[in-house]
Ligand binder design. Structure first.
Ligand code: ADP
Length: 612
């Protein structure tokens, strides 16, 4: 037995610690991940909302700039937009001088602008459109109302032409006042073998029709474009259509008030000058023409009120805070686990130490450890009792064997010393003592076999009458000698399932007791009724106090008397073991001074029935 300590790596505390730290780590990581993804989603949602707000503000301001020569009338627009999105809107010049501000706030010197508001250089990344020049900037291209009638009629013709050709289209008015035809379907309806015109064929006339005012502006634009392209001699050939596309070709037919261009080389002005270069020069010319008509370019700032910051970021302090919180959780987990673990293990150690020192374990808790301590204590107690019984048994056996052996030795020594004659009487005495020894040893053997579960019972249908008659006959002599009458009282011819030899031994023990404890003049009745066998005597009886002890091994109410009459104190113990081995029960009822009734109930024989 040892009380040595458990190695640290096998300790319950260590295992508990490893488990809870792993759980804490997983929990912290999962929570951090969840928090991070949720926050990121919330932030991007917030930023998305901010982006949508900024786009709307930008479009409104570009619209204003396209239709006004300066910003002087935009204060109300800026304030209302700012109120709408709950942010500060500021417009400044390129060198950050404030043009308009929705409310006073921190200096924006180090803040990046949300956009540059210029109707002649639209941020298509923000608007999502394709035009770099806002079409609301009409400038000198406004069509006078008196010219619009002819254009409307031409547009209607174009619409009819397109519909005939199977296209869906509608008429719309551009900010300049020009009607234009917009295609609403892309595909073309199949018209059998009939050749239908292309959309350009239908709208060509409308696209080339110009008013006098437009003609002048377009003329100026084509000169600017030719200069930009360095066309030199062929400059006179360059025409710009009202759609702001450049063409090279002869001067066109003049119609009433309007003039028609003839198409020449729309895709390419010269092989060396691809169309996109031409378009850039056209746009540059347009910008120069429109500049006086629009508000000057301005930087747009959309900021949180009171804060000169446009972006959200996880600062170093924030990261530090997360690490600190995670660390504290981990530390708390370790501390709690060690504390709880030690509290759990302490009573276990006490129990183990108590078991090692073979003293009762302290039962200090009502939990599983308390139960373990109680169970250990009970087990130790049972072991103690078993040891005690074994010691008593050995003592008793020695004691029982000592008397007959002592008698044999005394008689033999007397014979050797010629103190007693070596005659038939001596032999009879020795024989009797030897039988007594044999009897005790046989009884002990039977009990040991019953305890070990090796007692063999050969159960077979057994006629109770035969067994009882046999037992009565073998004890009749002794009963007669003791002056006791013996009767048989058997109802019918009962048959039981039993081992005949063992049943005889059981009943024999009961009858021997009855003879032994019944004084002269008394009577013994051995009875049977069905599967119940009884042995009744009119003897001394057993006191109520002794009755519970009569089945104990080697127990006797009056030791000297029973030994004198050959009782070993094993008879009833064996009777009970044998009866139970048959699947039956044995009971003893007794009244002191009036007699004793022993009853045995055996199991019924399944296929044999009581006869007559
Ligand atoms: P023993 O061999 O001493 O008879 P038993 O186990 O048969 O041992 O009986 C145990 C004790 O029970 C006896 O010593 C006796 O005191 C008591 N006893 C048993 N049978 C009777 C009986 N029929 N009448 C009175 N006492 C009895």
């Amino acid at each position: 037995m040892s009380t040595e300590r458990v190695p640290l790596r096998h300790s319950l505390v260590t295992r508990l610690l490893v488990t809870s730290v792993s759980i804490a780590l997983v929990a912290i990581s999962a929570t951090a991940w969840l928090a991070a993804t949720t926050t990121t989603r919330a932030i991007s949602h917030e930023l998305g909302g901010a982006a949508a707000d900024q786009k709307a503000v930008y479009e409104a301001l570009v619209g204003y700039a396209a239709t006004h020569r300066d910003w002087s009338g935009a204060a109300t627009l800026v304030r209302s937009r700012a109120a709408l999105i709950g942010r500060r809107i500021t417009l400044t010049t390129d060198d950050k001088r404030i043009i308009l501000d929705s409310q006073a706030g921190p200096d924006l010197q180090n803040v990046r602008p949300a956009a540059v508001v210029d109707p002649l250089d639209v941020d298509i990344g923000l608007t999502g459109g394709a035009e770099h020049i806002d079409e609301r900037a009409a400038g000198p291209y406004v069509v006078p109302s008196e010219d619009r009638y002819v254009m409307n009629e031409t547009a209607k013709n174009a619409l009819r032409c397109l519909r005939r050709a199977g296209y869906g289209a509608v008429i719309d008015v551009a900010p300049t006042g020009r009607p234009r035809v917009l295609l609403t379907t892309v595909g073309r309806r199949a018209e059998g073998a009939r050749i239908v015109p292309s959309p350009e064929g239908c709208t060509f006339e409308l696209d080339t029709l110009v008013s006098a005012a437009e003609k002048k502006a377009l003329q100026e634009l084509s000169e600017l474009t030719a200069g930009c392209l360095g066309l030199g001699g062929s400059a006179g050939q360059l025409r710009i259509a009202p759609t702001f596309r450049a063409y090279l070709g002869p001067r066109s037919v003049v119609r009433t008030k309007t003039e028609l261009f003839k198409p020449a080389v729309p895709a390419q002005l010269t092989p060396a000058r691809p169309e996109d270069v031409a378009q850039e020069c056209v746009d540059a010319g347009r910008r120069a023409q429109l500049r006086p008509y629009v508000a000057p370019r301005a930087l747009l700032f959309v900021t949180a009120p009171g804060e000169a910051r446009t972006t959200l970021s996880l600062s170093g302090v924030g990261v530090g805070r997360i690490v600190a919180v995670a660390g504290s959780v981990l530390l708390a987990t370790i501390a709690a686990t060690v504390l709880v673990g030690r509290r759990l293990v302490r009573p276990l150690r006490k129990v183990a130490d108590a078991a090692a020192m073979q003293v009762p374990a302290p039962v200090s808790t009502r939990d599983e450890i308390g139960r373990l301590a109680r169970a250990l204590n009970e087990s130790a107690q049972r072991r103690e009792q078993a040891d005690e019984q074994r010691r008593t048994m050995v003592n008793d056996v020695a004691h029982e064997l000592r008397t007959p052996l002592g008698n044999i030795r005394t008689w033999l020594e007397a014979a050797q010393d010629d103190l007693a004659p070596t005659d038939a009487q001596l032999l009879a005495l020795l024989h009797e003592e030897a039988l007594q020894l044999q009897h005790i040893i046989d009884d002990l053997g039977d009990l040991a076999a019953a305890d070990a579960g090796t007692l063999r019972i050969n159960s077979e249908p057994t006629a109770v009458r035969d067994v009882l008659t046999h037992v009565a006959d073998s004890h009749r002599g002794a009963a007669h000698a003791a002056g006791v009458r013996m009767d048989l009282d058997i109802t019918g011819d009962p048959v039981v399932l039993a081992d005949q030899v063992r049943l005889r031994q059981v009943i024999g023990n009961l009858v021997a007791n009855a003879v032994r404890y019944t004084p002269a003049g008394g009577s013994i009745t051995i009875g049977a009724n069905g599967t119940t066998i009884t042995v009744r005597d009119s003897g001394t009886g057993i006191t109520a106090e002794d009755l519970p002890k009569i089945f104990d091994r080697f127990w006797r109410a009056d030791e000297s008397r029973s030994r004198a009459t050959g009782g070993s104190g094993l008879g009833l113990a064996i009777a009970r073991q044998l009866t139970e081995a048959h699947g039956g029960v044995i009971e003893v009822e007794s009244e002191e001074g009036h007699g004793t009734l022993c009853t045995i109930r055996l199991p019924e024989c399944p296929d044999q029935h009581e006869e007559g």
